[in-house]
Ligand binder design. Sequence first.
Ligand code: ZN
Length: 263
Amino acid sequence: MKKFKFLNLVLIFFLISCGTVPFSGRKQFTMIPASQMISLANDNYAQVLRENELSDNQQYIDQVRRVGDRISSAVEEYFRKEGMEQQLQGYQWEFNVIQSDEMNAWCMPGGKIAFYEGIMPICQDDNGVAVVMAHEIAHAVARHGNERMSQQLSVQLGGMVLSEALEKEEEKTRNLAMAAFGLGAQVGYLLPYSRTHESEADELGLYFMAMANYDPRGAPEFWKRMNSEAGARPPEFLSTHPHPENRIKNMEEHMQKALEYYE
Ligand SMILES: [Zn+2]
């Protein structure tokens, strides 16, 4: 037994990889190979699509796909230009709208995205959809899901590597992944994004939407609408995306730079 534990540690040591988040320059340590993250995400995405009714609101569907195509193309072009296309390897973008009053949206590693009907009236138009889309894509391409999943594996499963966790504790591991990707309500286990992840996603989100030629000044406006909509009972989106008071200030600090990407 001891020997296996030791081997595990050695394995973990070699699997830890060090990366840098674009723009913020933050050094990050992730323990899960990107290809494994993406294959886990793809399985979970298929499960969510099976277990939920898809929207038949054609206007919403068109809006989400139109905005999603534009922003994902801009992000890919940016990563290519910066010589970081490796970081998007295995991405196959997909955009769906789920029939639900829930005010929520998320993007899994690998580019699997869902919007819930309930968030669309708060988005109001394509520019509002772009705010949410760019923010969620930023969480994914900045590998926040991998960091959260790595952390949960060590906290809850004693530092098992993913393949071992999937073998020994499959259901628990899949639920941890769901929570790490921002859809905890699906499995009754919310895992809020940290302040670091939130402000990073807000900052990158501004640049990504501006690169796709959406007006980044719409972002603080969206969050103000979201906060006033939430009232006494915050939606899941605000439970997993906390710190509304700081985020608007943070976005305003990066607005000038974001506007340089916007014509
Ligand atoms: Zn977020």
